[in-house]
Structure formats: C-alpha cells, structure tokens
Design a protein around this ligand. Structure first.
Ligand code: P1T
Length: 373
C-alpha cells in the first residue's frame, strides 16, 4: 500500500507525488509534448494515483473519477439502449437512484434481485442481459455475494461482471483475482480514509475495456482534481494499518452488540451464523468495520434515540473514515429507494448502520452502551 504504483516524481525526485495544479501543458510544437496535453485527459498526480489503484487491486489499469457515482456513470456508458443489467437488490441508495432515475431514461433496464443464492440468478438472464452488478459486502445489510460463482455465470453468458468493492477495500478483497471484469470503488470511503475527499475509482485487466473506459473518462469529463487525487494517494499509504484496526474494532463491537440485551439483529460478515460466512471467509481476508443492527424495541423512535444519543459516533452519511459514524439508512443513504422496495429487501425503518472507526474500541463500546441505554 505504501509503495504500490508510486515512483518518486520524475522531474524533481520528490518522494511525495506533487499536486500538479495545472489545466494545460506547453507544447514545443503542435503535437510535440511530454505525454500531457490537457488536464481533463491527463494529469501527472492522477497518473500516479491510477497506477496505485491498479496495483492495490492487482489489476493492470486504474482510472479515477470525481466520485464513486461518476465511476458508476462511466461504467454504465459501456452499455447501449435495450441492454439489461442484473443487479443485487441490497446496494447503496445512490447507485439504485442513478440506475432507475437516470439510465432507465436512456433505455437500459435493471433487474434487482437477491444474490446470496447464486442459483436464483440464471433464470433471470436473457439475451439482452449484458452486465452483472455486484456489491459485496452489500450496503447496508452486509450480505455476501460469491464473486467466483458470479464470474463463472458471467463467463457462460458473456456478461460484464462489475464488483463494487467499496465496503471491503482492496486490503480485504480483490475481485479481479476472483474473475470480475471491473472493480469500482467509492474512494471517498476506505481508500481516502479521512472523510476529506469525494472520489471514484475503476480498475480493470482487459485492455479493450480500459480503452473504452478511458475514452468515456475523457469524453464525458467526470475527472477529479489533482488535489483530490493527492489526498487519495496519501490515504492509500495507510490503508493496511487502518483496515487492520477497522477489522479489530469491528469484531469487538459486533460481539458487544450481539451480547447486548436491548439489541435484536446484528449484521456483520464475521459471525459464523452469517448465511454466507463461508463465502466471506473464502473471498475476504478480514470482515471489516461495517455493522448494521436493530433493537428489540423495533419502533422508529427507539432507533432515533440511539442515533441522536452517541457522542463519539457522529451521525453522518458516508463510511470508511478514521472516525466512527452512525447512520440511519432509511432516511439517509438509502432514502432514494422507495420504502416498499426497501422493506421487501429487509431494510427496515429502524435499521441502524455503523462505520466503526479506528478509535479505542472500549471508548466506542462505552459510547454505544450509553446511547442504547
Ligand atoms: O459517494 P460516492 O463517492 O459518489 O460513492 C457512491 C457509493 C458507491 N458505492 C457504495 C457501496 C457506496 O457506499 C457509495 C456511497 N455511500 C455512502 C455515501 C454511504 O454512506 O453509504
């Protein structure tokens, strides 16, 4: 993570990649330049980040975007009107929103389904299906989807397999090695790691896919600024140590919640009784710091009291930063999914989501304990 894809700056030897805050590059003569023409197309800070992203995801090519959703937007533009996408039904609300509110208007069709049991998927695939969209672990219910099994299905039916790897991060899971065609990240989360940047990443192995996505990146222009690239580069250097601590704290807090008399269900991929724990163990190197739970008192009021009652856990959207966050998916991150749809997929109004940070675990447990009461 510290060295991946990162070389000292070739023009000065600066060990830390400089922020190339420029919109254009001087050419010696028309078409004679140092590989950089215009900063939407190329920027040296972005180049280093893109190489780092490829290296940490064990892929050949990385591409950076202005946000996770800008990355998703670029991936969807690989498709044509009439094409269909089979997507998991438990996913970030903004991804659901761009699929249904933006791309359906351009003639793409989306089918949302549970993917924990892969045998359910094949009957839903038709000649129009072109892409499989997988988020694992899912946001916010921490379902686990078998990436290798999806890859086999995608290969058989010639589908592009996309894995949103935001929740696991490349430290815990590398979907390209498991057969995925495209990995995407909201780098706003664990990759950035400090809640100070919004950023998106796409990593692929296939040269043709890379060329198509690079074309879209430049033609549509959802590129990040160099300062944001630099922040993500700096975040990546500590991803491994942060993730180790997120995992340790996540495990302690998941067990603490499970033992708490007022807590009902706890969703965490590390529990042996998690329906796909064996798959999680197979494809992940740890279980991360994302946990969702409900209270035995399943009223919305009881959940809201906990959400407003924590002192260390800040009530906020987002995840993956060093500081712990608490959120209410139904009204915050997943508010853009119609209620009936949410409830059908198990996302109840009283669900509470935690992004466990890297503070002292006992302090975090004390905070939850006083808020739950
Ligand atoms: O926010 P942005 O960088 O555009 O990324 C969107 C996105 C994509 N995929 C997953 C799995 C995500 O969790 C997100 C963003 N999620 C939140 C803001 C959240 O609090 O869940």
């Amino acid at each position: 993570m510290i060295h991946a894809g990162m070389e000292p700056d070739p023009s000065t030897g600066a060990i830390m990649t400089p922020i190339y805050q420029t919109s254009t590059y001087v050419q010696e003569a028309p078409g004679v330049h140092k590989g950089y023409e215009y900063a939407r197309t190329q920027n040296p800070t972005r180049t280093v980040l893109q190489n780092a992203l490829a290296a940490i995801e064990k892929g050949k090519f990385g591409l950076s975007f202005g946000s996770g959703l800008a990355a998703t937007d670029a991936i969807m533009k690989l498709l044509n009107p009439g094409d269909e996408v089979l997507s998991t039904n438990d996913l970030y609300g903004g991804t659901y929103r761009i699929f249904t509110k933006v791309f359906e208007r351009y003639g793409l069709k989306f089918h949302f389904t549970g993917m924990s049991d892969i045998s359910q998927l094949e009957p839903l695939i038709s000649s129009k299906t072109k892409m499989l969209w997988v988020e694992t672990p899912t946001n916010p219910l921490l379902n686990i989807i078998d990436i290798e099994a999806c890859a086999a299905l995608a290969k058989k039916h010639q589908l592009i397999l996309v894995v949103d790897n935001t929740f696991a991060s490349p430290y815990l899971q590398n979907p390209l090695e498991l057969g995925a065609d495209i990995v995407m990240h909201s780098a706003t989360k664990y990759l950035g790691g400090h809640s100070d940047v919004v950023h998106g990443a796409v990593i692929v192995n296939d040269e043709q896919l890379h060329e198509q996505l690079k074309f879209i990146q430049n033609a549509c222009g959802a590129v990040p600024g160099p300062h944001d690239c630099w922040l993500v580069l700096r975040g990546i250097k500590t991803l491994h140590v942060r993730m180790q601590r997120h995992c340790e704290n996540g495990e302690k807090i998941a067990h603490f919640l499970k033992a708490h008399p007022k807590v009902d269900k706890v969703y965490w991929t590390g529990f042996e009784e998690h329906p796909n724990h064996a798959v999680a163990k197979k494809q992940m190197r740890g279980f991360g710091g994302m946990i969702s739970f409900t209270l035995k008192d399943d009223s919305l009021d009881a959940a809201l009291k906990v959400l407003s009652g924590t002192k260390l856990f800040a009530l906020a959207e987002s995840l993956g930063g060093v500081e712990s966050l608490i959120g209410h998916p139904a009204s915050m991150t997943h508010g853009s999914i119609p209620r009936e749809e949410r409830i059908k997929n198990g996302l109840v109004d009283s669900l509470i989501r935690l992004s466990v940070g890297i503070e002292d675990a006992q302090d975090l447990m004390d905070d939850l304990n006083q808020a739950i009461g």
